[in-house]
Write a protein that binds this ligand. Structure first.
Ligand code: TPP
Ligand code: MG
Length: 350
C-alpha cells in the first residue's frame, strides 16, 4: 500500500480518536448536551471504508457519525461546533451529535433511528441508477440494525434493482448493552446477505489496511455493474460498553459469559464503573491505531517520533475546533424557522 495512503489512514484515525475523547470531556463540562455516541476503537472501519470511496460517492451514516464526517473531510471546527449546537456547526447547530450533514462532500447524514441509514442509502442509490451515474453509495449501520425490517427491505430492493450500494456493518457485537448472540439468531451478520443474493464477506474491522483493501475491491465490483456488496467489519468499541477483558486470546463473548457468574466481580462492577486507562488499552493490544503504527514502522514508512508529532498536530486541530465552537454564536429562532419544512400556513398540499 502507498505510503501516503497509510499516512492518511493513520492521521484520520488519530484525529477521530482525539476528537472523540475531547468531545467526551466537553460533554462532562456541559458544553455538549443531549445524546453523544462516541467511536473510539472503531476508527479503522470508518477510515478504511471512507478513504477507499471516491469524492463523488455518497456516504450515509448513523448516529455514531462524527468520525465519519471528519474522515470525509468536513472541517473539525464545524463538526465540533455542531456538537456544541452552534450556528457554525455543519448543520447550523440544528442537528447536534446525531444529525450531521455535509451535502458538499456528499455526506448524507447522520440518522438517529437504528436501521434508518439503509432505506436512505437505497433511495440515493436508486437516484444514481436512474441517472446512470458512476457513483457508489456507502451505507453504514451497526449489528443492532440487522434485526430491523428496514434492513431487510433495503437489501431486497438493492439486490432486485442492482443498485450501486456498499453495505457496511460495524459489528461491535453489542446493541447498547445486548450482546449479538442475545439479539440476533444469526451471529455471522454477513450470512444474512445471502438471503438477498448479495455478495458478502466478514473481515477484521480492527485492521485498517484490510478494511481499505476490501472496500476498494467491493467498490470496483459495484462500479463495474456488479450490484450491491456487503462487508461485515468486526470491531470493538472502547467506550460506551465495559471493556472488561484485556485478554484478546479469548473471545470476549466467552469471557463475559464466565464473568457473569462471578458474584465478586459483578459486585465490584456495580460500584466501580470506569473506562479502561490508555495503559490498559495498550495491553489489550487490539487498538487499531497501534496496529497500523506498528505496521508502518515495520515497513519503514513512519518513525515513532513522527507519530508523536502527528498526535500533537491532531491535538492542536481539536483544541482549535473547541475554541472555535465556544466562540460560535447560538443559532437564532429565525434560523430554526428557516430550516423547518412544515405546512405552516395550512396550504393545500395536493
Ligand atoms: C428503531 C430504533 N429502535 C431503538 C433505538 C434505540 N437504540 C439506539 S442505539 C441502539 C443500539 C444499536 O446498536 P448497533 O446498531 O449495534 O450500533 P452501535 O451502537 O453498537 O454502534 C438502540 C436499540 C433506536 N434509536 N431506533
Ligand atoms: Mg453494535
Amino acid at each position: 500500500m502507498e505510503r501516503d495512503t497509510l499516512h492518511q489512514l493513520l492521521r484520520d484515525m488519530l484525529l477521530s480518536r482525539a476528537f472523540e475523547e475531547r468531545a467526551a470531556e466537553e460533554y462532562s463540562k456541559g458544553n455538549i448536551v443531549g445524546f453523544l455516541h462516541l467511536y473510539p476503537g472503531e476508527e479503522a472501519v470508518g477510515a478504511g471504508i471512507i478513504n477507499a470511496a471516491g469524492p463523488a460517492d455518497y456516504i450515509v451514516s448513523g448516529y455514531r457519525e462524527h468520525a465519519h464526517a471528519l474522515i470525509r473531510g468536513t472541517p473539525t471546527r464545524n463538526v465540533m461546533a455542531e456538537l456544541f449546537g452552534r450556528a457554525d456547526g455543519m448543520s447550523g447547530g440544528m442537528g447536534g451529535s446525531m444529525h450531521m450533514f455535509d451535502a458538499k462532500r456528499r455526506f448524507m447524514g447522520g440518522y438517529a433511528i437504528v436501521g434508518e441509514s439503509c432505506p436512505i442509502a437505497v433511495g440515493i442509490g436508486y437516484a444514481v441508477a436512474m441517472r446512470r451515474g458512476p457513483e457508489a453509495v456507502v451505507c453504514f449501520f451497526g449489528d443492532g440494525a440487522v434485526n430491523q425490517g428496514t434492513f431487510h427491505e433495503s437489501l431486497n430492493m438493492a439486490a432486485l434493482w442492482r443498485l450501486p450500494l456498499l453495505f457496511v456493518c460495524e459489528n461491535n457485537h453489542y446493541a447498547i448493552g445486548t450482546e449479538i448472540h442475545r439479539h440476533s439468531a444469526v451471529v455471522d451478520v454477513y450470512r444474512r446477505a445471502a438471503a438477498y443474493n448479495i455478495p458478502a464477506e466478514k473481515i477484521d474491522g480492527m485492521d485498517v489496511v484490510k478494511v481499505y483493501e476490501t472496500a476498494q475491491r467491493a467498490l470496483e465490483r459495484i462500479r463495474s455493474g456488479g450490484g450491491p456488496q456487503f462487508v461485515e467489519c468486526e470491531t470493538y468499541r472502547f467506550r460506551g460498553h465495559s471493556m472488561a477483558d484485556p485478554g484478546t486470546y479469548r473471545p470476549s463473548v466467552e469471557v463475559k459469559a464466565h464473568e457473569a457468574w462471578d458474584p465478586i466481580s459483578s459486585a465490584i462492577r456495580e460500584v466501580e464503573y470506569r473506562y479502561p486507562t490508555q495503559a490498559e488499552l495498550a495491553v489489550a493490544g487490539s487498538d487499531n491505531i497501534a496496529r497500523l503504527t506498528a505496521h508502518m514502522v515495520d515497513l519503514g514508512h513512519v518513525a515513532e517520533a513522527e507519530v508523536e508529532e502527528l498526535r500533537k498536530e491532531v491535538g492542536a486541530v481539536v483544541e482549535d475546533a473547541v475554541q472555535f465552537a465556544l466562540q460560535s454564536p447560538q443559532p437564532t429562532m429565525e434560523a430554526a424557522w428557516a430550516h423547518l419544512n412544515c405546512n405552516r400556513r395550512h396550504e393545500a398540499l395536493i
